[in-house]
Design a protein around this ligand. Structure first.
Ligand code: H2U
Ligand code: ZN
Length: 345
């Protein structure tokens, strides 16, 4: 018998029912080779050329107000439209199409052009949490045909983010997006069988084993999932099976701001750079009654592998067959867990 960290094996993601391949024998050895340091780019607090800074012009004669906290606006180049016309009928069973109505918004996290979540005081992050909650409620109430509100942040040029000003986006749609649909089915099946949310059981086990824990506070737990695909992928889970961001009480929102700050600071400290990632919350669908199988959480997917510049490529076998990783989730979790909680520099 060999241990999981010694031999190639596959692991199942129970939230999506998808497998990944783990090959720890390839590089699961003590960290070797040097880590190139990148010089941090210094940005001004206000950039006259930034379309997200307070008071500045945006596309189509729009202008941002002189905002001093989080600021939300309708995306000027939305991927979805609320009033799109019905599609002409495509009747072939193998060529299905459906109308997808939706709303796209941009959420500036702070007026400070030079900040990221990792620089923001926890009280300021808390205001962003409130905005995410309000937006989910407001959108669902105003557009009764909406079924899902996706809150996310795409950070860093490496992730294709077009502007370093701290911001995220909200896309709300009339259907469940693909990842949500997978998680909805898996969580529902688990809840129907056990009467508990899948994530409650994952949390209990992770808190007992501790090997993949990255950070925890009174209301939130951050772990590297057993089935993590990206080298430093983590999940941020509500300790209680809350369904939506808006269900969180005051203490849980404060603790969420604390957990977000703790995580993104550790991420920045890993390679001493502003760490790129895509993150987003997974919450219960809207306008569809109670969803007791849903358990609020967020996923962080950072592209970096070994240094500030070496990124993991999801190509070849991973595109054609199944995702694969070398360093195990346990090894990577330990690295993140041991990083300082104060940002470098
Ligand atoms: P990303 O860099 O994460 O893509 O976000 C920037 C968003 O801002 C992008 O979705 C929008 C883009 O459509 N945008 C505006 O809404 N107005 C503008 O004037 C420029 C960019
Ligand atoms: Zn700016």
């Amino acid at each position: 018998m060999v241990a999981l960290f010694e031999a190639p094996h596959r692991r199942l993601n129970p939230l999506t029912n998808e497998w990944l391949l783990v090959s720890p024998q390839r590089t699961d050895r003590p960290w070797q080779g040097q880590i190139e340091k990148m010089v941090e780019e210094h940005r001004p607090q206000y950039d006259a050329g930034c379309y997200l800074c307070p008071g500045n012009a945006r596309a189509g004669d729009k202008r941002n107000p002189a905002y001093d906290g989080p600021y939300v606006f309708d995306n000027d180049f939305p991927a979805l439209l609320a009033d799109t016309q019905p599609l002409e009928q495509e009747s072939h069973a193998l060529f299905r199409a459906q109308t997808e109505r939706g709303i796209c918004r941009v959420v500036c996290f702070s007026p400070r052009h030079d900040w990221t979540l990792a620089h923001m005081p926890i009280l300021d992050i808390r205001r962003v949490v409130d905005v995410w909650a309000e937006q989910t409620v407001e959108l669902a109430e105003r557009f009764e045909w909406l079924r899902y509100v996706q809150v996310f942040e795409n950070k860093g040029a490496m992730m294709g983010c077009s502007n370093p000003h701290p911001h995220g986006q909200i896309w709300a749609t009339e259907h469940l997006p693909r990842e949500i649909d997978k998680e909805d089915r898996a969580q529902r099946g688990y809840y129907e069988k056990t009467g508990r949310t899948m994530i409650s059981d994952i949390l209990a086990e992770e808190k007992r084993r501790k090997e993949r824990l990255v950070y925890e506070n009174a209301h939130w737990t951050i772990t590297m999932p057993f089935w993590a695909v990206w080298p430093f992928e983590v999940m941020l889970m509500a300790n209680r099976p809350a369904q939506k961001i808006a269900d969180l009480d005051d203490g849980e929102r404060d603790a969420l701001a604390d957990a977000l700050s703790a995580l993104v600071i550790r991420y920045d400290n890993l390679f001493e750079i502003s760490f790129p990632y895509s993150m987003g919350f997974h919450q219960a669908p809207v306008n569809d009654g109670e969803q007791p199988h849903w358990h609020l959480h967020a996923h962080f997917y950072p592209p970096l592998l070994r240094s500030a510049t070496v990124k993991k490529h999801m190509v070849g076998y991973e595109m054609l067959a199944t995702p694969q990783r070398d360093i195990t989730a346990e090894t990577a979790a330990a690295r993140l867990r041991l990083l300082p909680g104060v940002r470098f520099g």
